[in-house]
Design a protein around this ligand. Sequence first.
Ligand code: KIV
Ligand code: ZN
Length: 389
Amino acid sequence: MNDRVYIFDTTLRDGEQSPGCSMTVPEKLRMAAKLVELGVDILEAGFPIASDGDFEAVDAISREFPEARVAALARACTLDVERAARSLERCKKARIHTFIATSDIHLKYKLRKSRQQVLDEAAAAVELARRHVDDVEFSAEDATRTDPDYLEQISIATVEAGAGTVNLPDTVGFSIPSEHAQLIGRMVESFGDRAIVSVHCHDDLGLAVANSLAAVQAGARQVECTINGVGERAGNCSLEEIVMAMRVRSELLPFETAIVSEQLYPASQLLTELISFGPQPNKAIVGENAFAHEAGIHQDGYLKERTTYEIMEPTTVGVPRSRLVLGKHSGRHALNQRCADLGFQLNREELDEVYKRFTALADRKKGVRNEEIAEIVRQVAGKLQPAGD
Ligand code: KIV
Ligand code: ZN
C-alpha cells in the first residue's frame, strides 16, 4: 500500500490572488465543482478578511459542497481568525489556515516584531482557531529562509496549541530540492505523528514541483498546489504535474493521491475559461503541445508504437488524444496517416507527389491545416499542375 499524500488545492486563494486571475463568486463556484470532481482533499476557497467576495466564496462553497473539506486563510490575529471562522460557520468539514511570517527578514522589515512575539501570536491564533474548528493548519510564511531552529520551535508551539497540519512554505521560491528535503526531513522527524507536514512551493526558480516532490520523499504528506500552476509571481507547484509525476513514476515515488486524473485537462480548460490566460503551449500535462508530435522521426516512431515517444496516455489526463502536428519537420508516414484520416487512400506515387507539394507549403508556414492537405490531395488526384507553390 503506497503512502497517501493529501492534495491541498489553492487555485481559488493563492491562484486567484495573482494578476489576471480574479474570479467572481459564481465563477469560483464553477471551479470548485470541478475541483471536487477532480478529487482534491482540501479546497482553499479564499482569504475572508481580504474582501466580501472572498468571504462569500468560502461561505457559498461550504454550503454547495458539504462533503468537501474547505479551508479559509487567516493571518495570525483575532480579527482574521474570527472572520475565517464566520465564513466557515455552515461548513461541515472546515479548516482554518492561519499564518505568520517567521524569517528574520520578514520579522525585521515587514512585521517589526521579535521572534518571541511572533511565536506567541502564532500559538494564540491556533488556539483561537481551535475554539471554532477541529481542523487547524499553521503556515510559517517564508519558512525556507527561516532559521531552522526557530522554525522548529515555533512549529512545535503551534502543534502544542492544536495545529494538526504544519505547512512550511517556500514563499519566494528560493529553495533547491536537496536543501528542501533536508529541512522537511528534520521537521517530519521532530513532529513525529503529532502533525502532518505540508509544503507550499512557489516557482520563482522553476523548482516548485521538484521541491514539492523532494519534500514528499522526505516525509511531507500534504502538498499545496494549483491548477495550471497559477499563483503569486511565477506561480505555485502545478497540481497536474506533481500528481502525474507520482503516478507515472510510482516505482520510485510510491505515493497515492485521490485525484481522478481524467479530470486534469478539463480542470485546466475550465480555469483557462474563467481567468485571463491559459497555460503556455509547452506546459507539461495540460499545454496545447503536451501530446503533439511534429518531428518526422517522432511521428514515425509514435505511429509504429505510441510508447516510443509518449510516457502517458493522453486520455489518462483527460486530453482527447495525441496530436500529430503536420509541419515542415513531418515525414511521409504522418502525412499518409493524416490523408487516411481525411478519407484519402494514396498509392505510393500519389503520396510522393502530395508529400512534395506539402513540404513546399510547410516550408513557408508554421503548420499546415487539414483543408490545405485535402486541397493538395485533390490537385494531385486530378493531375493538376503545381499551383505555383
Ligand atoms: O506563499 C505563502 O507563504 C503563502 C502562505 C499564506 C501559505 O501563500
Ligand atoms: Zn503562496
